[in-house]
Write a protein that binds this ligand. Sequence first.
Ligand SMILES: Cc1ncc(COP(=O)(O)O)c(C=O)c1O
Length: 471
Amino acid sequence: MASRVQENTPYHRLGTEQWPGPFSLSNVSTATDDVIARHIQSIDATECDLYSEDGVWIVDFAIIRNQLEIWERLLPRVKMFYAVKTNPNPRLLKYLVNHPMKIGFDCASHTEVAEILSLSVSSDDIIYANPCKAPSHIRYASTKNVKKMTFDNTTELYKIKAHFPDAECILRFKAHDPTPSNNPSEGALYELSKKYGVTIDYSREILLQAKKLGLNVIGLAFHVGSGQRNVRTYTHHIEEARRIWEIAREVGYTFTVLDIGGGFMYSNFEEAASAVNTALDNEFGDMIEQGGIDIVAEPGRYVSAPAFTLVTSVIAMREGKEETGEKRMVYIADGLYSNINAAFWPGELTYPTVVKGRRAYTAKSTLPTSSASSDSGIEVEEEDNGSMDQEGGFSTFMRGGLQEYSVWGPTCDCMDIVIEDAVLPKGIEVGDWFVFKDLGAYSFSMRTTFNGFRTSHKIYYINEGVDIDVI
Ligand SMILES: Cc1ncc(COP(=O)(O)O)c(C=O)c1O
């Protein structure tokens, strides 16, 4: 696979001289580039078919295969339970179910558990990893014998006692960044510990409660936060896990499961895996040697993010005035309420590549002239072909001048902003396309129908040929 630009290149506060381009589309994969070209060429702006401007997804299974191979090589002792919430695309799930690595699944609700069971996955290969479950969902899990479930409060223990007394409970403890920072390019993109987990100090008390209720607690779980850039957090929390392991022994539990959660990214995976391996050797080496411990993890983003690319078009423009510092405003077919929920989270969205499409609405396209001014008096901009690079049959804006833009989603809500301060190539027009790579996590599963927009999109699947679906 071709080398890639840095993951999550921050776009905020970039001056023109710091613009991280030029971006070649081959940053994703050549197969993906071919499909982008094919899709853009297939759209005839003059036909104006309903929804032809909408975002489409391109999924390259070679990237997923590669991610799994790397995991198996660098973390052979850690069984993967893919976090379904990250991206429950049915073909992705099927692919993972059939993969020889024997992947398990982390589910967060009744629907996710039911979906995974419907794919003939054994109930033993599911962790119901939501520490605060609806009682009826616990009851459902009991009917399906999905025993492994996390908890972090005593009320949850009462609920489990009432509806699934044979459950195999896993105590979730609170993760915290040992070196917290306000810098959006450090730490975790999403700090899950704000919501879940017991402190070490409270762990003895809650385990005593579980013991009193006669519940079976089999192990520990933590989550260092989604998109964790500080790999030392793994070291730190594996050390803490060992301390709670001892507390559990004193309470009368012999734990057998250590769930190191998610947080993994592809960009720092080697470092993260190395930190995990060293900490496991240091803290749990004896138990690993004796075969007395199952180490599991719940990666989601690591698997799904890099394989999914979104291509979405410019549907409207508002010219800014450079003299007054007004930015040019670009409106694209996807936004915060559709596939680009990532826009809400600093550091989550990768910098887009812009591809030239068919432009049916520029002054130049509508006026029968190629001169710099028309008979009607409308100023017509000469196209700056020097700024276009031809790649695989389509043009990307790779060189030439840059200008400040704001990039907006299609709904009428002013919150629906994709990039507030973007430095992008000059001359973007309606009909051009934005390509967002690495968008497979927490994206298409978060689409809404807000403002009447659709929650179905065309998807190109690349896996020994290209298959198209709408989902
Ligand atoms: C319990 C649990 N496990 C795994 C994940 C996935 O983690 P990541 O996004 O870091 O891959 C999440 C994300 O919210 C989670 O809540």
